[in-house]
Design a protein around this ligand. Structure first.
Ligand SMILES: [Zn+2]
Length: 120
């Protein structure tokens, strides 16, 4: 299998619901997003997917979140927008554009990361 990864940042505010602690108060992060794609077959240039295409589509998805209050977005209505749920949101949106996306990792600090992927 081949695997590629592209990284991109977005900045946004959120607060956790049903949670007692400082994260129940609105605050912001500069989230680092890692988008993984995997596949066995390369194209005629021997690439899995063009990084340019992957980054363009990832940017389109992250534009839905960038400089937003994530709690206000319809997708997260009534949901606690944790990094876990943000990774699932990005996965589902990017999968519509790039079917071979295999995992999304979302770093909310340099040492804390949540990922979403699906098992067949
Ligand atoms: Zn937070």
């Amino acid at each position: 299998m081949f695997e590629l990864k592209a990284q991109m940042y977005f900045a946004a505010a959120h607060h956790l619901l049903n949670y007692e602690g400082e994260c129940e108060n609105q605050h912001g992060h500069n989230w680092l997003v890692e988008a993984f794609v995997t596949g066995e077959k390369l194209d005629k240039s021997n690439i899995l997917v063009d990084y340019k295409v992957l980054k363009k589509e990832l940017k389109s998805v992250l534009n839905l979140l960038d400089h937003k209050d994530i709690n206000e977005l319809p997708y997260f209505a009534g949901e606690s927008p944790s990094s876990e749920m943000i990774s699932k949101f990005i996965y589902n949106k990017l999968k519509e554009r790039i079917p071979i996306v295999s995992k999304i990792s979302v770093w909310e600090t340099p040492t804390s990361c949540a990922s979403y992927y699906e098992v067949d």
